[in-house]
Design a protein around this ligand. Sequence first.
Ligand code: C2E
Ligand code: CA
Ligand code: CA
Length: 707
Amino acid sequence: MLARRPKESREGYSVVIATSLLLLVAMILGGIGAHVVGRMRSSANALDDNRATLAAEAAVSSFKEKLAATVRDNAVWDEAHAAITQGDREGWVYENWGKTSEDYALYDGIVLTAPEGGKSIAYLKAGMIDSVEYLGGKFPVQTEAAARPGIDPIVNFFRNGDDIIAVASEAVQPFGSQAQDPTYYVLSFFKTLTSEVVAQMAKEHQLPQLHITDRPAGDLLNSPLMDVYGLEVARLAWPSAAPGNTIFDEARPFIAAAVAILGIYLVGVLFAGLSETRRLKSLADRAQHEATHDSLSGLLNRLGLIEGLDRLMQVDKSQMLVLHLIDLDGFKAVNDAWGHAIGDQLIRLVAEALRDVNGDVLGVARLGGDEFALVQRGSADLAEFDNQVLERLKRPFLIEGRTIEIGASIGVACRDDAGNAHELLRRADMALYEAKEMGRGCAVTYHTDLDRQREKIAGLESDLRRALQNDEIQPVFQPLASAASGDITGVEALARWRRAEGAIGPDAFIPLAEKCGLIDILGLQMLRKSIAASRAWSPLSLSVNVSPIQLCNPNFAGDVLAVLKEDGFDPSRLTLEITEAVLMSNPEQARRSITALKSAGIRFALDDFGAGYASIGTLREFGFDRMKIDRSLVQAIDDGSTGRNVLTATISLAQALGIPVTAEGIESADQADVLRIAGCDQLQGYLVGKPMGRDELASWLASSIAA
Ligand code: C2E
Ligand code: CA
Ligand code: CA
């Protein structure tokens, strides 16, 4: 639910673009190819159609010319002119032309048109006919036009029923005669375009299937036959040879093969592109998953959590969200004791346990190390929910036959109206910090006071930094007395912060210095100042408190020895007091520091024994020279016999190990007596003397010696 949708990768896009481009180019090339083939085909067809049309026109004009030549041969003829104008016209016409028309190849019939309404003579296949009846009303128009000498024969087409008839007319005239007759006879020869005639034309001009038609079908080529008015009588029509189609048909298998190959290629490119896109997308998805998830637990990581939270918050601005930050207690100890393999398994089991927690859980994340986060919808009983989580994590985990017990601290933050994921995380983090401060194993919900506390601490931190720079931290000294003689044998240096705003004890500012990394500087300042002051009361011993954190600093031993050398201070006068040795985070480094300083003659005391976790084992392990019994144990003397027994047993144990014991916080003579009898060799407390400033101590020492 919190995991985000994978983003398309940039590479995915470029593959899509490259594939599309390739497909586009291939399609354009294919398109150009198809266009070229189509164009060649239609061009070849058009060229041939053009040729055929010219051939048809040539066929018609050659037919007309032949008829014209025949009529000219007969009309421009001295003998014919003489016979027609002067002799037996009808007999002559029949003898020379009418009879011939019966089976003559050049014409089917003749007409001799007399001038000015005279009687015409007409023969068709040697039979007499009426010319106008046969050729129609337009015929006289042609003969009238032809009734002049010295012009070319006039040839036009006429219609008789279904027959189309070509008629050539010329005035009958003497050859070369310039005689100006007022009137002329006109000779016309006519020939019907029979199917045989058309077939002959077709053969001569290579126009297969040439025929005559009134209205040619749409896909036929045609050429018109005109009448005397220039109007269309009929058409010659023939089908296109379409040689381009023939060529195309021949090339078709090759074109089909090429198209198929191109198609296969394009499909291949498409598939390759698709599978590459899919591959890149899955790579991008995996990279996205890796970037937002923790590889060990499979949960979201910090980035994934923040992205998921931001998205949830944007999607529904009023949605109630609760973030629980869970920090395991004691995980480091498991890692140290059993190794990282077991630690990893523990992390996996915890992840599983958190995934299975009941409640409206939207997502679980591992933020690193042993820190987890849980996003919950709504605001059901938070305390109940966190208890459930704490209880679950307190239950022992079984790993490779080992029973491992841990615990957890929880910081909770609820979504604020103005909040974003980072702010929500910061608040939960603050609450978690508080839960750890409160001693772990509990849940704390964020409230604004935490911010104020944090601000206060931050303010104190900068105050402390300034105090260290301005020498505001100074030692006071508390005397240590011999239990046997009561003589003052040494002093313990204790830090004091002289603050204008009011006192703040070392119990507060020492942990603060430890937390904010100032303890090394503070410790060395204290050492330097204590040593400088101690010169005045040589040869008393000097005890200085050292934080375990200082001890883990690899430079610590060197720094201490350098300070001693600077001041020429005898190392055997110095005792370093350390608390909580067992909690040292880096026991190896601590041991190295202790060994180095001990070999220089410096002694070590285990402080606050009986109050914390320090044990007799610690005493021996680190080679402590002295044990200091905590004030709480000393106070227990007054509470009754049990406290006293614990105290005497503890002292006996140290004595058995040959380790001398100092008792702290002695306020009464009774306490001093008990401790002296129990075996303490050194006493410290208000009874002996309170912590004092350098000068105060000097005069106190002077007066006590005098006394
Ligand atoms: P501590 O080392 O156990 O010091 C003894 C504390 O007991 C001192 O408190 C001292 O004033 C107090 N005390 C001594 N005798 C009596 C007594 O008879 N009655 C009562 N009620 N108290 C007595 P103080 O000075 O407040 O120091 C507190 C703790 O702060 C010290 O405990 C020590 O752990 C730490 N500390 C002080 N100075 C330094 C320092 O320079 N460095 C480090 N690392 N820690 C320091
Ligand atoms: Ca001390
Ligand atoms: Ca102490």
